[in-house]
Design a protein around this ligand. Structure first.
Ligand code: PLP
Length: 410
């Protein structure tokens, strides 16, 4: 078990988040950042400005405001590219991670997967990284293999190595599990995939907000995430993919903005990334996402990671000291602690904690195959963000003690 760790507070960041109080002004112990992060005022302000004084369409306007909005929208793409370590032409704005994975499945997948090909997923994937592959596999006659987990619920890359064959065309793994927080050794996963000629897609929903990213160092071919988990707005996320892969991918949806020339005889398409962004884009959301990237970059992803790692270590230490608590995932889970308290149903725990202004997630976390593997219908999950503190852990532990008393277990 880990020893308690001293936590360096991220100075007063909580004050940046207007959502971190209850309706009657009390502190809200928000421990559901893995579901969606609260928004700092700078992001709210950026979105309000973009929707207000700065608002206009992009790409097509001949007037100054539209030209400025276009510059701001494309600057957001550039900022994201720098944040991820890629090139701006490799960043496609999507509605979120779910749409990004569906985009890859329906364009790259339909083009590159044939009958008899295989896709390797893992036991801990979010439904968003399972169902789109099932859909395309059913269409083309490909098969899905499921990589098992180690005893502490990490994707077992030794098993992956033994399973991978030349028939595998794609490996799609969570960079960080949204349930148990385990961190994938992405460079090794990339090397294993590439050795058999497969591509690696990383579902980075739970890593982008919690650790510094460099897609080149990770070695992946596709990288997807949702802005709302990175302190940005809902309705936007991104797909990063290597330029040479995007260049070969057919469009996803048809419409305005993704074309080069349209005639009834034949339509030609714009180059990436515009080829994959049909219709008027999420302009204000992209600008607010850029503000969120600025916000976390100013704090520093390494600092955020260290802060959350210390909180995880302390919470796991305290929960581990209770003899009827089951802890899921490895000791170094990234920002996430999944657990069960005796036979108290996680939904009951979550409801009772809510009475004390503590918000956790209870359920299957959109990972039913992982629940089956763990042999539970649901887990309780506490997840941290930049605004989380030891006070949140104190409140959670007091709330768990209260719940145990209510259930006659105290
Ligand atoms: C690991 C993981 N993948 C995919 C998703 C789907 O993200 P979204 O619903 O924002 O598209 C989530 C969201 O919970 C997630 O945690």
């Amino acid at each position: 078990m880990n020893a308690p760790v001293t936590i360096t507070p991220l100075a007063d960041l909580r004050a940046d988040f207007p959502g971190m109080v209850t309706a009657d002004g009390k502190p809200w112990h928000y421990l559901d950042t893995a579901a969606t992060a609260q928004k700092p005022q700078v992001v709210i302000d950026a979105m309000a400005r973009a929707l207000g004084a700065d608002y206009a369409t992009v790409h097509r306007g001949v007037y100054a405001r539209s030209a400025e909005m276009t510059l701001a929208y494309e600057a957001a793409r550039r900022k994201l590219a720098v944040f991820l370590g890629g090139h701006e032409d490799e960043v496609v704005f999507t509605r979120g991670a779910t749409e990004a994975i569906n985009l890859v499945a329906q364009t790259w997948g339909r083009t590159n997967l044939k009958a008899g090909d295989r896709i390797l997923l893992s036991q801990l994937e979010h439904h968003s990284n399972i169902v789109p592959w099932q859909m395309v596999a059913a269409e083309v006659g490909a098969h899905i293999d499921v990589c098992p987990l180690t005893a502490d619920h990490q994707i077992d890359l030794d098993a992956a190595e033994a399973m991978l064959t030349e028939r595998h065309k794609l490996v799609a793994f969570a960079h960080v599990s949204n349930v148990v927080g385990s961190v994938l050794d992405a460079p090794r996963a990339a090397a294993l995939a590439h050795k058999v000629g497969a591509r690696l897609l990383l579902d980075a929903c739970q890593s982008a907000p919690h650790m510094a990213v460099d897609v080149a160092a990770l070695g992946c071919d596709f990288y997807v995430f949702s802005a709302h988990k990175l302190y940005g707005p809902t309705g936007i996320g991104a797909l990063w993919a290597r330029a040479e892969i995007l260049a070969e991918m057919p469009p996803y949806q048809g419409g305005g903005a993704m074309i080069d020339r349209v005639t009834f005889a034949r339509t030609t398409y714009a180059p990436p990334p515009q080829r994959f962004e049909a219709g008027t884009p999420a302009i204000t959301e992209a600008i607010a996402l850029a503000a969120a990237v600025d916000y976390v970059s100013a704090i520093g992803l390494d600092r955020i990671h260290a802060h959350e790692a210390a909180l995880v270590a302390r919470l796991r230490h305290e929960l581990g000291a209770m003899n009827d608590v089951t802890l899921f995932g490895p000791a170094d889970s990234a920002g996430i602690v999944s657990f069960a308290v005796g036979d108290i149903h996680p939904h009951d725990l979550g409801t009772i904690l809510d009475e004390s202004n503590i918000a956790i997630r209870a359920g299957h976390h959109c990972a039913q195959p992982l629940m089956d593997y763990l042999g539970v219908p649901a887990t309780a999950r506490a997840s941290f963000g930049v605004y989380s503190s030891e006070a949140d852990i104190d409140a959670l532990m007091a709330g768990i003690a209260r719940t145990r008393r209510i259930f006659g277990k105290g």
